[in-house]
Ligand binder design. Structure first.
Ligand SMILES: [Fe+2]
Ligand SMILES: [Fe+2]
Length: 167
């Protein structure tokens, strides 16, 4: 195994959080879908796919490093929401939290002089910059439009798409 037991465990925990984020975004997408807001729904379904992709990236890394994959139990997502703003605020908080978790993994990799994991985590550090900044942008747009103006948000998203569409 090319990483420490401690790093292996920390990454398995992160895999659980990425899957947790994926479920949370599906729940938010379903809320928007149920409100007949297809663009917001699409945005969050896409976000959910991305989080699954993050979990898979960590799993691939553990396998490459000859480490054990042990996916923890994932608690159910929050399912009821009062407004679009609440959904996006929750998502932004989540992304800020994940950024801290990635920094935590990086700190451990630095402490252990684990250069391979440091290199691997660089991708996530750039990814979190993008995720936090796009969620902040969406929150600004949702607040500006207001709950009664969500069709403006739909127009905006139809025009701008999801940040990953451009990749
Ligand atoms: Fe993620
Ligand atoms: Fe994310």
């Amino acid at each position: 195994m090319q990483i420490s037991q401690k790093m292996n465990k920390a990454i398995n925990e992160q895999i659980g959080r990425e899957f947790g984020a994926s479920l949370q975004y599906v729940a938010i997408a379903a809320y928007f879908d149920g409100q007949s807001l297809p663009q917001l729904a699409r945005y969050f379904y896409k976000q959910a796919d991305e989080e699954r992709g993050h979990a898979m990236r960590f799993i691939r890394y553990l396998l490459d490093a000859g480490a054990g994959v042990n996916i923890p139990a994932v608690s159910g997502p929050k399912a009821e929401f009062g407004s679009a703003e609440e959904c996006v605020k929750l998502s932004l908080r989540w992304e800020q939290e994940v950024t801290k978790q990635i920094y935590g993994l990086m700190e451990l990799a630095i402490k252990e002089s684990d250069y391979t994991t440091q290199q691997f985590l660089q991708w996530f550090i750039s990814e979190q910059l993008e995720e936090v900044s796009s969620m902040e942008k969406l929150l600004t747009v949702v607040r500006r439009a207001g709950e009664g103006g969500l069709l403006l948000v739909e127009d905006y998203l139809a025009r701008e798409g999801h940040p990953e569409d451009k990749d």
